[in-house]
Write a protein of this length. Sequence first.
Length: 227
Amino acid sequence: MEAPKFVLFGLDHLAALALTGLAAVALSAVARRDPEGRAATGVRLALAGILIAAIGIGLWRDALRGRLSPWDFVPLNLCDFAILLAAFSLATRRQSAYELLYFWALAGTFIAMVTPDVTRGFPSWQFISFFAFHGAVVVAALFLTLGLKMRPRAGSPWRVFVWTNLYAAIAAAVNFAFERNFLYLREKPDGPSVLDWLGPWPWYLVGAEVLALALFLLLDLPFRAKR
């Protein structure tokens, strides 16, 4: 039986968003009591392990279905790279990796969850894998911030903005050389997205730059007064 067509802000969509928020709050509450304790460490390493295992399972499943290609090993879609970044940040607690994850997850991955590029709803594998992977990235960023009390440093929005543009430049070069569409730099996704609000190509790229920097600065506001 084929899964129903995805409905933006339908019941399954709202449920996926709510479950992501609840998971982040619950896990952060466990760790916040003692960020250096066993419970916090256990949750942190378990989340990292789950992310790595999920990546392996996803690749294995695609291989069994004959859908695996060399491009699946090229992390030039922001949310794909964010999964690896989340696992690394959880495992190491590196400050620079955390900052990149914090801004990318909440200004990019979360927005992708609000306007997902999916065509089928629950219980399709497309729906489950999309929200499981993207949700895990958001949960990881919030867990490190709310649970382990990590904080972006002064100037981090600008540093992340520069790194984001360098990453986009690499993606653009690959797109040009191999006719790909990483980061949707050549055209918008088929489904509804925030890029629809920013005009046609290439103007939506300029709008995305402005929006990204504005969101980075906004996400930094809660921490500026406490530095």
